[in-house]
Design a protein around this ligand. Structure first.
Ligand code: IMP
Ligand code: MG
Length: 186
C-alpha cells in the first residue's frame, strides 16, 4: 500500500504557517530579501510558500544535483547558478528536503562566500535527520521525518517521476519497478 506522508491539506497548512513565520522574520529587512528556489525539487513548495510571504521579495533560483535514483554520492554539481544580486541581501534558501545535508552545506557556503549574501535563512519542507552526514541547520522546517524512506510527490521525484503529484508519499516497490520499466522504454 502506498503510504501518504503529507496530504494536500497538510501541505496548505504548513506553507501558510511557514509563510507567516517568514513574514515576521523578514519584517525589519531594509533591502528586499531574495527567495532562492532550489530547482527542481523545491518548485512546488516554493510556489505555495512565497504566496504566503506578505511583503516584497525577489525570487531567484539555482539548480544543483547530487542524486542518482535513491542515493547520493555527496558530490554537488552546479547545473544552473543564480544571479549576482544577492550581495548584502538576506537570502531565504527554499529546499524540498535536507537529507545527508551535503547539498545544503554546499548551498549555504556558495550563497555566503561566493554570492556574499548578508544573511542566509534555510527553509525546507522536510528534514530527514536520521540520514545526516554533515551538520546543517534548518531554520524553518515543514515536517521532520522519523524514518529515512525515500519520498515522492509535490516536487520530490524518483528519476524525474512524481514531481507533479500534489501530495507526498512513499512509493511501493511495485510502483518503483513500474516506473523503472517506463523509464527504460523512453
Ligand atoms: P542531501 O544533499 O542528501 O541533503 O539531499 C538533498 C537533495 O536530495 C534534496 O534536495 C532532494 O532533491 C534529494 N532527496 C533527498 N531525499 C529525497 C527523497 O526522499 N525523495 C526525493 N528526493 C530526495
Ligand atoms: Mg533538491
Amino acid at each position: 500500500m502506498k503510504e501518504l506522508v503529507l496530504s494536500e491539506e497538510q501541505i496548505a497548512q504548513i506553507t501558510k504557517k511557514l509563510g507567516d513565520d517568514l513574514t515576521l522574520a523578514l519584517k525589519d529587512e531594509k533591502k528586499i530579501p531574495v527567495a532562492l528556489v532550489v530547482m527542481r525539487g523545491a518548485m512546488n513548495f516554493a510556489a505555495d510558500l512565497i504566496r504566503n510571504i506578505k511583503r516584497n521579495i525577489f525570487i531567484d533560483y539555482i539548480q544543483i544535483a547530487s542524486y542518482e535514483g535513491t542515493s547520493t554520492d555527496g558530490v554537488i554539481h552546479l547545473l544552473k547558478d543564480c544571479g549576482k544580486d544577492l550581495e548584502d541581501r538576506t537570502v531565504i534558501i527554499i529546499e524540498d528536503i535536507v537529507d545527508t545535508g551535503y547539498s545544503m552545506e554546499w548551498l549555504v557556503d556558495h550563497i555566503k562566500n561566493t554570492k556574499h549574501a548578508k544573511k542566509v535563512i534555510v527553509t525546507a519542507l522536510f528534514d530527514k535527520p536520521l540520514n545526516r552526514q554533515t551538520p546543517v541547520q534548518v531554520d524553518y522546517c515543514g515536517h521532520v521525518l522519523d524514518s529515512n524512506k525515500f519520498l515522492v510527490g509535490y516536487g520530490l521525484d524518483y528519476n524525474g517521476i512524481g514531481r507533479n503529484v500534489p501530495y507526498v508519499f512513499i512509493p511501493t516497490e511495485d510502483e518503483v519497478k513500474a516506473w523503472g520499466k517506463e523509464l527504460k522504454e523512453e
